[in-house]
Write a protein that binds this ligand. Structure first.
Ligand SMILES: Nc1ncnc2c1ncn2[C@@H]1O[C@H](COP(=O)(O)OP(=O)(O)OP(=O)(O)O)[C@@H](O)[C@H]1O
Length: 647
């Protein structure tokens, strides 16, 4: 490729080394087709030297690994000054100083693709403004009045601070807030109480009720939030009028924002913002920077935003681990003395000294962390294992797995064939009440209603099948290999067919569970939605149709003909990534047969915390668990947090 600008570079030995590296990436399998196409395009357009082509390719590849940018220190072939000198030769390609809408931006010692640089700028700007607004908002709230409203909802205990009450107070006095906590710590319970408090504050001011919307990143998470919100609302000691002002419908974020097929554009945007005063987003660890930026631009300026989620869960596979970053110091509190003093007026037990720091960031005053699980007793194996994994205590975690906890099973298998019985019953050695394997839901599949059954009876049966299917889920860390999603699904199908539980003679058969792998706006199905193919009565005949849980509370089930489902995969086993936002009575984490970079602490923690009653760990090599726990996800390119001074 002719190049006139890099003659100095061409002469160096390093140059040929970079040319070789570029060629290896262009021919190899690590870079995506997209990364290679981008490099080819810019090489042709701008006649780039191999060094710069390599830099651009790596920057594009970094996004596929969940990083927001490529720090130059990761390109050790040259010093930053040398890279800068090279980049300066291409002012139309990379923005160093002057903004001319170049496709790449150099900032914070890293190279960004412009779009992602803009997202992070936009988010940082929102966070900055939200902190200023929150400090003003807090000044308008009378602590005595708020305390009066909190009291019946969070009966005071004088010994320990009630973090649900405090998080509710933090969110009530912030324009943007985050409530984080592990499984069953009461995030939903707290937010329902918060919404009731805010509506009561409106009532007392003589103002109209707030227009509130609830959303979640996936359909499954939306359905789950809807049912938790309803059960929390039932128990709420507030008037029927206030209860009626707390919404129970939950939308997916894509639907709320009006996603358009084959497009990055959304119907709701800065020109046509959402019509709401308050938005609650659950499972916020799944938010990537692009979706967050889209959401923020569609949010009216006066609206409040509350994110709920578990900071320790896996982040979205897309670029940016926003939740983890926002909550990186949540454990330590970092509340300013004046924030703590304000909150102490609302809590009989004062915030402990070790959570107070003058050095905290403004944004940290808007974050509440729930610290007590109400789902698992402190001596439950699942709770202990989740804590050990989160703290990186690998030896402790292995000891817990091997100990005799009622809610844990540990299976060391030399080869996958040893799992045949386990797939059917979910039992390892001992009798476990919650162990239900695949036989459990397939028994319900077989109990189909009669040919003349009503639609209501058919829907009720399908709903039961979907509920029973979620009693047992295999979660694989990887896709390929003998213990990856693809092979495990094939093995399960073989075992179930052999036992006569399914008739696997064709692609679609009664009992086949499938997961949607791409949003389908025409069918109203979202990536991650799970359905089950059933042989159901239809106008006096038997017909195969796939039942999906309905987001719409007026409809029990959505039926789709198999032929209309283009992008689906069999889902006896799914990846841990795809399981986010879901919960299963018995969750089984299947580790691969060899180490993989995706095996991280966050992945193991996410797998464990999908279990409601029973967790099983399947591994061919016990050492893998230890290495995974010791490896934390590293994401490059943090969104700049706000560090304004306390007022
Ligand atoms: N303060 C509390 N005292 C007793 N039980 C509680 C308390 N808070 C929540 N619970 C109960 O704990 C369970 C979990 O609560 P909730 O669903 O609000 O937690 P979550 O953090 O939203 O859970 P998830 O992990 O599903 O997101 C519910 O049954 C709820 O009623």
């Amino acid at each position: 490729m002719p190049c006139c600008k890099d003659s100095g570079w061409r002469r160096s030995g390093l140059m040929s080394d970079l040319t070789l590296q570029l060629e290896l990436h262009m021919q190899g399998k690590d870079w995506r087709a997209l990364d290679k196409a981008l490099v080819t395009f810019f090489r042709e357009q701008q006649q780039l030297p191999p060094a710069l082509a390599l830099l651009i390719g790596q920057c594009s590849f970094a996004l596929s690994q969940g990083h927001l940018c490529l720090p130059l220190e990761q390109m050790p072939q040259h010093s930053e000054a040398e890279w800068l000198a090279l980049m300066a030769l291409y002012p139309e390609l990379i923005r160093l100083n002057e903004d001319r809408n170049q496709p790449f931006v150099y900032a914070n010692h890293a190279l960004y693709m412009r779009r992602y640089f803009s997202y992070q700028q936009q988010i940082a700007c929102y966070l900055q403004q939200s902190s200023e607004r929150s400090q003003l908002l807090r000044q308008t709230i009378q602590p005595a009045l708020l305390d009066q409203l909190l009291e019946p909802l969070f009966p005071a205990t004088a010994t320990e601070p009630d973090w649900q009450r405090l998080s509710c107070a933090i969110a009530a006095s912030s324009s943007f807030s985050v409530i984080t906590g592990g499984p069953g710590t009461g995030k939903t319970t707290t937010v329902v109480k918060l919404l009731a408090v805010l509506q009561q504050l409106q009532q007392q001011r003589g103002a109209a009720p707030l227009s509130i919307q609830l959303a979640a990143p996936t359909g499954k998470a939306a359905v789950r939030l809807r049912s938790s919100i309803r059960s929390a609302l039932d128990k709420l000691p507030v008037s029927a009028e206030i209860k009626a002002q707390v919404p129970t419908e939950v939308s997916t974020l894509h639907r709320l924002l009006g996603a358009r097929a084959q497009s990055r554009q959304f119907k709701q945007n800065v020109f046509e913002p959402l019509a709401l005063d308050l938005l609650v987003v659950d499972e916020a660890s799944m938010l990537d920077v692009e979706l967050m930026a889209v959401l923020l631009s569609a949010l009216p300026e006066h609206a409040r935003l509350i994110l709920l989620g578990d900071k320790d869960q896996l982040a979205s596979v897309e670029a940016g681990a926003l939740m983890a970053q926002l909550c990186q110091w949540a454990e330590q509190g970092h509340y300013w003395p004046q924030s703590a003093a304000w909150l102490n007026q609302l809590s009989p037990a004062a915030i402990p000294e070790h959570l107070i720091s003058q050095q905290g960031k403004a944004l940290e005053q808007q974050i509440g962390m729930l610290r007590v699980s109400h789902r698992f007793a402190p001596d439950s194996g699942i709770a202990k294992l989740a804590i050990a994994v989160n703290h990186g205590q690998s030896a402790e975690a292995i000891a817990i797995c091997r100990a005799a906890y009622a809610d844990l099973q540990y299976l060391e298998v030399a080869e996958p064939g040893q799992l045949k019985e386990f797939f059917l019953s979910g039992q390892s050695k001992t009798q476990q009440a919650d162990a239900a394997g695949f036989r459990f839901y397939l028994t319900t599949v077989a109990q189909s209603p009669a040919l003349d059954a009503t639609e209501q009876q058919i829907d009720r049966w399908a709903q039961q099948v979907l509920a029973d299917f979620s009693a047992f889920q295999l979660l694989c860390a990887v896709r390929q290999g003998p213990l990856g999603v693809e092979q495990v699904n094939l093995l399960v199908e073989k075992v179930l067919h052999h036992k006569g539980l399914i008739q696997h003679s064709s692609h679609w058969y009664a009992g086949r569970p499938v997961m949607v792998t791409q949003n389908d706006y025409a069918l109203g199905l979202m990536n991650g939605d799970v359905g089950i193919c059933l042989l159901r009565p239809y106008q006096g005949k038997w017909m195969l149709a796939v039942a999906f849980a309905s987001e719409d509370s007026n409809k029990a089930v959505r039926w789709v003909l198999p032929g209309r489902l283009q992008q689906v995969e069999t889902a006896y086993a799914i990846t841990v990534h795809k399981s986010q936002g879901s919960e299963f009575r018995h969750a089984v984490l299947v580790l691969p047969d060899r180490f993989s970079p995706v095996l991280t602490r966050e992945l193991i923690y996410t797998g464990i915390t999908r279990a409601a009653k029973l967790f099983s760990l399947v591994t061919a090599k016990p050492d893998l668990l230890a290495s995974a726990i010791e490896q934390k996800v590293q994401r490059q390119g943090a969104v700049r947090l706000v560090d304004a001074e306390p007022t």
